[in-house]
Design a protein around this ligand. Structure first.
Ligand SMILES: Cc1cc2nc3c(=O)[nH]c(=O)nc-3n(C[C@H](O)[C@H](O)[C@H](O)COP(=O)(O)OP(=O)(O)OC[C@H]3O[C@@H](n4cnc5c(N)ncnc54)[C@H](O)[C@@H]3O)c2cc1C
Length: 401
């Protein structure tokens, strides 16, 4: 059995190892000059390779959650940890079950995978960008910009469109389409969001803890607490990333999308009012200990209170209320260059549940971010890449299906 894996990212390298383990002769074709470029920039260069808290597909977005669920259960986070332990990678666990290489270097993960690729005698060819895949009778004919290859089976693992500088430029969708698949519009996710800013650029550069409620057509659909970063164009930070997939999908459907921001998420409104009761002085004196100086300045401007003015109790109450229910009208997101993942892609309904073999072209398997599955920050997306790469590769490498 000859298997050709297209794309040497997380899903493709895992698929190659799994196919070789099943007994196939494996060739991996990679467009870039080096394999695993995206893995090496994950987790701020430290690579959050999985998360022990992942039990099922509930935190993921997908067109076929049951299929995603089956794949994730077939190769859970524990298997990822064992897999890397067997490759000699030392790992550490952070709060919330997040797993990182002990070295804090994402490249250690790439190096471990590449050692296994060599050990299993997998042929890895870089600077081989695939431009077409054709199936004639039972053989696949794969053309790159400079050469051509043949195989009995193909695993397509070209990624989505996020961070195209690492190689995932959307070519995988073109190849999948040419083999009979459809593509749900790819959108940037885990990405900063653009907004109409109530305070103009007054808060540009401010980072603070916040609670953010995502409202779609007025209805609260998700809430996150964490770091919020104000920028000249809108909002960023982990809490924003976690809500971005739902926000971009709703914006694409032309829905009204708002972020309701709570600038003091660890206190209730009455707790805060209690703390300022009977206090006298200017607004800055009374509220200076509550907010970042730039935030307080913006709030005072919005409440039309002059600097140094003596505080009026009712106005203090309304300032606190405003800071706990600040509504931003979201207008869109930053581009794929600033996104960590892609929402959308090849519908999971177009692949078989356990093998990830295409329902359109027999002998073709799909894996990774190319498929319509995306998860939150915290090791979820790499876990999907490992699990789907394993399912596709081990099935592609088997004699009969
Ligand atoms: C900055 C950043 C940080 C991230 N941090 C984390 C994290 O800490 N934890 C986490 O779980 N997830 C993280 N992610 C997400 C995660 O990295 C991806 O979801 C995952 O790497 C996707 O794997 P993949 O193999 O499907 O695609 P990719 O990693 O994109 O790999 C696809 C490969 O296919 C190659 N290719 C594309 N087209 C062709 C072609 N025509 N011919 C040949 N080769 C081709 C590309 O060059 C690329 O090497 C992060 C992403 C980014 C951008």
């Amino acid at each position: 059995m000859e298997v050709c894996v297209i794309g040497a990212g997380a899903a493709g390298l895992m698929a190659a190892v799994a196919a070789a383990k099943s007994g196939a002769a494996v060739t991996v074709l990679e467009a870039m000059d080096k394999p695993g470029k995206k893995i090496s920039i994950t987790g701020n260069g430290r690579c959050n390779l999985t998360n022990r808290g992942i039990q099922n597909a509930a935190p993921y977005f997908s067109d076929a959650p049951e299929t995603a669920d089956g794949i994730l259960r077939g190769f859970p986070a524990e298997d990822t940890v064992h897999f890397y332990e067997n490759l000699g990678l030392l790992m550490k666990e952070r709060e919330g079950g997040l797993i990182y290489p002990y070295s804090d270097q994402a490249q250690s993960v790439v190096n471990a995978l590449l050692q296994e690729v060599r050990r299993r005698k997998i042929k890895l060819k870089c600077r081989e960008r695939v431009v077409s895949v054709e199936k004639k009778q039972d053989r696949f004919y794969i053309k790159t910009e400079g050469w051509h290859y043949e195989a009995d089976r193909v695993v397509l693992a070209c990624g989505g469109k996020a961070a195209p500088q690492t190689g995932s430029d959307g070519m995988g969708y073109v190849l999948a389409k040419s083999l009979g698949h459809t593509v749900t519009e790819p959108l940037p996710a885990l990405v900063p969001l653009t907004a109409k800013l109530p305070f103009g650029s007054l808060l540009d550069g401010v980072r603070s803890r916040a609670g953010i409620t995502l409202r779609i057509d007025g209805k609260a659909i998700a809430r996150e607490k964490g770091e919020l970063q104000w920028t000249g164009y809108g909002i960023s930070g982990i809490a924003v990333f976690q809500l971005s997939s739902q926000a971009v999908r709703a914006l694409q459907k032309k829905k009204k999308v708002e972020a309701e921001i709570d600038l003091l998420p660890d206190f209730t409104e009455s707790e805060l009012t209690e703390r300022v009761r009977d206090r006298e002085g200017t607004y800055e004196e009374i509220l200076g200990g509550f907010y970042h100086a730039k935030v307080l300045k913006a709030l005072l401007k919005e409440a039309k209170a002059a600097a140094g003015e003596k505080a009026v109790p009712e106005k203090i109450g309304s300032l606190i209320k405003m800071s706990k229910h600040l509504r931003l009208h979201l207008t869109g997101s930053r581009s794929f260059e600033q996104a960590q993942v892609t929402a959308g892609g090849i519908p999971l309904q177009e692949v078989k549940e356990t093998t990830l073999e295409s329902r359109k072209t027999k002998g073709l398997f799909l894996a990774g971010e190319l498929l319509d599955v995306d998860g939150p920050c915290g090791g979820y997306n790499l876990q999907w890449a490992w699990a789907s790469g394993y399912a596709a590769g081990s099935s592609a490498g088997k004699g009969d299906l």
